[in-house]
Design a protein around this ligand. Sequence first.
Ligand code: HEC
Length: 246
Amino acid sequence: MQPSARLLSLIGALLLLAAQPAMTAGGGYPLDSANNDVGNIASLQRGARNFVNYCLGCHSAQYVRYNRLASDLSISEDQLVNNLMFAAEKPHETMQIAMPAEDAAVWFGQPPPDLTLVSRSRGTDFLYTFLRTFYVDDSKPTGVNNLVLEGASMPHVLWELQGLQRKVVTKDEEDREVVSLEPVTAGTLSPEEYDAFVRDLVNFLDYTGEPMQLERQRLGFWVLLFLLVFGLFAYLLKVEIWKDVK
Ligand code: HEC
């Protein structure tokens, strides 16, 4: 093979690899891009509120400490205690749940997993798609199923916000099945508002998966600025040193 052909096939293989998770992680259903911004503090605050109100009843985030959360997300102690700490007494506690894992296993078939690191094991696109693709399925004990986690034992806890939807399967020109969802009942949020609600939630889980991201972004700015200024001085120094050398 010519070196250039080899390079091209290598690039092709890499591109295929990069495209793969998006296709397979969703069990065939293509994942929508979460497009969340972990530097957006307002979004993270909303996401924390959504998590505490809708998920913490079943899922812990046992590696997240309330007071660390408050300082990372610029939340005051008052706001923390009044709006987020329903499941804890002291700010240094971690986000635990009261439900014993054995009971949960009996109720749901399996215990709801801890979600601290789920954004890293599943990816943000999976989470964003998962929380938006519950559909009515009467054969399931929860009454719903999910497009990217087929047979999931989690109920659609956000159904009041999103409304209920049903699965529609059509065929494209090449006779392949195309799966889509269509609304059955309206939710209290519009589809755009619901997507934004879920994006904030996923953003929060992205943060809990790696809290240092925030610090890194803040630090990254100063590091780049330093390199820029340092680079300028280094250049001026080079010019100065070499100006007499001919
Ligand atoms: C009523 C209890 C309950 C609530 C409330 C709940 N879940 Fe779940 N969740 C479950 C159970 C049970 C599972 C295990 C499902 C399975 O694997 O079949 C699960 C699984 C998941 C998973 C899949 C984890 C994995 O890697 O397999 C994610 C992600 C998730 N939940 C996110 C959330 C989010 C976000 C919220 C808040 C909007 C939430 N859940 C609220 C019960 C709940």
